[in-house]
Structure formats: C-alpha cells, structure tokens
Write a protein that binds this ligand. Structure first.
Ligand code: AMP
Ligand code: MN
Ligand code: MN
Length: 323
C-alpha cells in the first residue's frame, strides 16, 4: 500500500528532495545516493540531495555523492513537492532540513528504526530490516525497478555498514540474499570493504586506540565506556573522517561487556552518547534521553557535560535494572 503511494508520489512530483541524517553513516548516505540513482534510472527525474552535516571522506567514493548539497547551500524557503527522509529515526535528526520537510507538499519516511513513530505522510518503516538500504532493495523488487551497478554499490554500502559487514544480529537470510543480488550487478565486494574499512588515516586508528586505552568499567565490567572531550579531538588532526565510527563496537568486543557506550562532548552542557549492547534493549535507555535507535545500537544527545551524562546514563541503567 505505502509502496504504491511512494511510486505514485514520485511519478507526480516535479521537484523531489532526498534527506540523510545528521552525522551521516554508510546507510543514510548509501540509501540517499541509491535512491537518487533509482529515481534517475527508473523515473527519469533528477532530484536534490541534502546533507545536513559534513559527509565523512570515507564515503566520497559513493556514486552521485558529489551531487549532494550541504543544507547551507540549499534555499530553505523552497517548497518541494516531495521530501523523502532516509534512515532518519526522528524528525530532529534531519536538523536544518526540517524546515524543508515541514513545508513540503508531501513527505515520505523510509527507515528501519523501531523508535521511529511514523512522522511523515507516507511511512515505510521496517524494524526487521538490517538497514534502510535493505528496505530500498525490497521496494525496488516490489516495484520492478531496474538496479544499476551504481544503485547496487550505494545500497550494498548501506547494508554492509549497518550490519558491521554482515556480522551483527540484524543480519538475516534476506539481508544476505539482497546483498547477493547487489553483487550480481557486477560490483566488487572486497574493493568496497577496503574503501569503507581499510582506508582509515593513521590518526583515526591512533585516536580510537587512545579512546579505548582510557576506557572505564562498571558493574563488574558489564558496562564499558569511554569519554571523549573536545580537547581529545584536538590532539589528533582530522582531515574529514568520522573519528568515532566503530569505536563503541570495540568496547562491546570485550567478553564481559553487556552494555558499551561512548560519550562525546559536543559543546558546553551537550553530549552525544553512542551505545551498543549484546542483549539488553538499549533503545529504551536512549529514548529516555530523547534519542532512540535499535535494540542493540542506539544513541542520544544529552543536555549535560560528558561527566554528568555518564552519571545520568549509569543511573538510568541501574534504575531500569538492566545489568
Ligand atoms: P550511533 O551510535 O550514532 O552510531 O547510532 C546508533 C543507532 O542509533 C543508529 O541507528 C542511529 O540512527 C540511532 N541514533 C543515534 N543517535 C540518535 C538520536 N539522537 N536519536 C535517535 N536515534 C539515534
Ligand atoms: Mn544511520
Ligand atoms: Mn540504518
């Protein structure tokens, strides 16, 4: 039903905007560029793409990523016929693109976060899907859309990165089948893996080791966390990478860890938490701070300095009796 409405809406819109989330990852960017590619090939339409924060250099190889505009370069007084949010768990995560979303004649929300409340006119939310890119493969199959090598590359990156290279518990038979279908377009999985995971700068690896090195532990080592202050970032030069990508997983990799989190200082009294678990539903912990995500991978922005944010998180885990 919603998929037919999506098809109808694209066909009947002259100007379309695709939006990715703040602090973009491989899924939101792969889904945005993959959908751009699908619309170009199958509907013969060019659409705009909005990035609401800097795109990590790691993803500069994605087909069509050069067509994405920073939100500051888009006229925000514009009224789009259709705005499509990709991998955006809540409306706040489209940051400055929210104004364009609210003004649009029609809005669509394609996502896989269980905390997504369905804030658009048309909502295609599949919490069982490993990635938003996986939802897009399914949509393409149902609508009989042609998937070019460019589209497949983008969607493969979305699926691969959100499943931690097909290792996380969100990986299903369907995930593998869809990834296989993407590979059948002729892309090279090893090459894409290297671009995403083995193209880090020396500084990124040193920075992450430094953060792991100063990790702290609580509840008999069941909780592992590290705090990153602004001054920590200043010690390592960053030429445009997402320096914290994959860091929380490094703490979860410790055998005793049940909940791992990284708290990053954003500004005075504002911190970002990135949380991972083995079994505990941490989406509910992050939701209580106004964030959200998945059962085993969630995040939130907390109005507190990093040390107080840690205290609040530990209290929340304790009060919910989670580990
Ligand atoms: P991260 O730790 O930033 O990699 O995010 C883990 C998961 O939680 C991702 O699926 C994010 O989309 C989601 N997430 C992170 N931060 C937030 C937030 N502030 N609100 C809602 N979902 C979030
Ligand atoms: Mn994402
Ligand atoms: Mn995702």
């Amino acid at each position: 039903m919603s998929i037919e409405q999506l098809d109808f809406s694209i066909k009947n819109s002259k100007n379309i905007l695709l939006v990715s989330h703040i602090n973009p990852d491989g899924d939101t960017l792969g889904s945005m560029c993959g959908f751009y590619s699908l619309i170009k090939d199958n509907y013969k339409k060019n659409c705009d793409m909005a990035a609401v924060s800097d795109i990590p250099v790691t993803y500069s190889f994605l087909p069509y990523i050069d067509k994405a505009k920073n939100i500051n370069d888009i006229d925000t007084s514009r009224e789009y016929d259709l705005v499509i949010n990709l991998d955006i768990a809540d409306i706040g995560r489209c940051a400055d693109a929210k104004i364009l979303f609210e003004k649009a004649k029609k809005t669509i929300n394609i996502d896989h976060h269980e905390t997504n409340i369905g804030y658009a006119d048309i909502n295609i939310i599949q919490p069982d899907a490993a990635a938003t890119a996986e939802v897009l493969v399914e949509i393409s199959e149902k609508l009989g859309l042609k998937i070019s090598k460019e589209t497949a590359t983008c969607l493969y990156v979305g699926i691969m990165t959100d499943t931690g290279c097909f290792r996380f518990s969100n990986t299903t038979q369907k995930t593998m089948e869809y990834a296989g279908k993407m590979i059948s377009s002729g892309l090279n999985p090893a090459e894409i893996y290297q671009k995403c995971y083995e193209s880090n700068s020396k500084n990124l690896v040193l920075f992450q080791s430094y953060c792991v090195n100063k990790a702290q532990f609580s509840n008999d080592d069941k909780i592992a966390y590290t705090i990153i202050y602004k001054k920590d970032f200043e010690k390592f030069r960053n030429d445009g990478e997402d320096f914290t990508e994959g860091l929380t997983e490094k703490l979860r990799a410790i055998k005793t860890t049940e909940i791992a989190f990284v708290v990053k200082e954003l500004s005075a009294n504002l911190s970002k938490v990135s949380m991972r678990s083995r079994q505990v539903n941490i989406a509910q912990i992050c939701s209580s701070f106004g964030g959200g995500g998945h059962k085993l991978a969630a995040g939130a922005v907390i109005k507190a300095n990093p040390d107080n944010a840690v205290k609040l998180i530990l209290e929340e885990i304790k009060s919910k009796n989670l580990c």
